[in-house]
Design a protein around this ligand. Structure first.
Ligand SMILES: Nc1ncnc2c1ncn2[C@@H]1O[C@H](COP(=O)(O)OP(=O)(O)OP(=O)(O)O)[C@@H](O)[C@H]1O
Ligand SMILES: [Mg+2]
Length: 415
């Protein structure tokens, strides 16, 4: 029997990517369709042109649907941008029946408490990820349900976003004739982390860095859960822009030079190597030492990793022992890993490729698709959780009846 269809939609500063997956047992997913279109409707992760964003979403989803031969109605969509903020909070509750087993209800109440943070009306909570629980003073507990205790505490990483920014992403999706799934708005860095990190890395401590066009998204994990996240408003576009200004060339020419000759390692470029450059106000291309190109890129990349290093140091105790995993389109710049290693000193650095299965897996197992692959993986996992919960409650009802009952009791729009 075919599994449920899930769709990840990554609306980025340079491209929109929709990926269709077929959810399998245990939260697994087989990728069956992909659609990528350029997107010019976002700036530093925020919608600045609703029409362009909607068009890009519609086209990418249509392409993905055609390839997977399915109809797409709902999506799990990524979010990023400077408006994102995060903090670690605590929730603390008395267990409903002290001395008895801690129930799922007690756990949910503790998490709800952790969400009671100063969140003005113009902001909304996007995630509250529990990191660990404490039962009657005993800390480091991962799963408190079923344990005996009278006081339950949770420590959680809470991510908030500006309501209007979130609503504009939702609006773009809806104008494209789609709906966002319940709990279907996901921080891009958490999605990329899902696709590229191993459980062992998360356990040891690792920083995931997704360097896109307009932003660099960071998520740091320790002891298996996220402890810090941040959005740095610098990405591949800034490298291109530096070249455009530094070499007096158009942005298109700067992008071409970056993709064809770019490297972040000046030391690897021979003194004698020249590239032909089309400067503004000059009819004929002129030769330029490739070293100059590399120097400009190296300076920007160094600065970016200094910012990343600062973020990690501010957000976490100690260095992530499994180091840094870099993904996103700009992670493909030659030499970037060496520069990251040099700036961050004594930190393991590796390139993060999405791990995925299915007919289109090969075409998306590349850094620019990490977030989109992660979104579809998370959607599959969420579907598995929902069907497990329903299984407990509603066995042995069949699929459509479960959905009707769920929509009646939970006000679930998927009903
Ligand atoms: N081989 C390469 N070398 C250097 N940069 C590259 C290379 N390939 C792609 N890029 C850069 O990657 C960036 C796009 O990355 P990506 O597709 O991850 O961005 P996005 O998801 O659209 O943007 P964002 O995540 O910021 O919203 C562009 O700036 C592009 O120039
Ligand atoms: Mg991106």
């Amino acid at each position: 029997m075919p599994g449920e269809i899930v769709v990840g939609l990554d609306v980025g500063t340079t491209k929109t990517c929709a990926i269709v997956g077929e959810a399998g047992p245990g939260g697994s997913v087989e990728l069956t369709g992909v659609g990528v279109t350029p997107c010019h409707g976002l700036k530093k992760g925020a919608v600045v042109d609703l029409v362009a964003t909607t068009k890009s979403i519609r086209e990418s989803v249509e392409k993905a649907a055609r390839q997977a031969q399915v109809e797409i109605r709902t999506v799990t969509v990524g979010i990023t941008g400077e408006h994102i903020a995060s903090m670690n909070t605590r929730g603390n509750v008395s267990v409903e029946h002290p001395g008895d087993e801690i129930s799922e209800l007690d756990r949910d109440r503790a998490l709800k408490q952790a969400k009671v943070i100063l969140c003005p009306p113009d902001r909304q909570i996007l995630h509250a990820e529990p990191s660990h629980y404490t039962v009657d003073g005993q800390n480091g507990i991962r799963q408190p349900v079923g344990m005996v205790g009278s006081r339950l505490e949770v420590e959680a990483h809470v991510v908030t976003g500006a309501r209007s920014y979130v609503e504009n992403i939702i609006k773009s999706v809806e104008r494209a004739g789609l709906a966002v799934e319940e709990d279907g708005i996901v921080l891009e860095s958490l999605a990329a982390a899902e696709a590229v990190l191993s459980p062992d890395e998360r356990e040891m401590g690792v920083a995931l860095v997704d360097i896109g066009g307009g932003t660099t998204d960071l998520a740091v994990f320790q002891k298996g859960s996220v402890c810090h996240s941040a959005v740095i408003p610098v990405g591949g576009w800034h490298m291109t822009h530096d070249l455009s200004v530094g070499l007096t060339v158009s942005e298109e020419e700067a992008e071409r030079l970056k993709l064809e000759y770019g490297t972040a390692l000046t030391e690897n470029v021979p003194e004698s190597e020249d590239v032909l450059v089309h400067r503004i106000n000059s009819e004929e291309p002129t030769p330029l030492p490739r070293k100059v190109l590399a120097e400009i890129l190296e300076a920007r990349v160094e600065e970016l990793f200094e910012l990343i290093g600062k973020e990690i140091a501010e957000g976490c105790k100690g260095k992530p022992r499994a180091g840094l995993v870099i993904t996103g389109g700009a992670a493909q710049l030659p030499g970037i890993l060496v520069v990251a290693d040099r700036v961050l000193k004594e930190t393991e650095v590796r390139l993060g490729l999405p791990r995925c299965a299915g007919g289109v897996a090969d075409s998306v197992a590349k850094p620019p698709y990490a977030a989109a692959v992660g979104l579809v993986m998370l959607a599959a996992r969420r579907h598995e959780q929902v069907s497990q919960e329903d299984g407990h409650l509603l066995n042995p009802m069949n699929g459509w009846l479960k959905k009707v009952v769920r929509s009646v009791f939970k006000g679930d729009p998927r009903g």
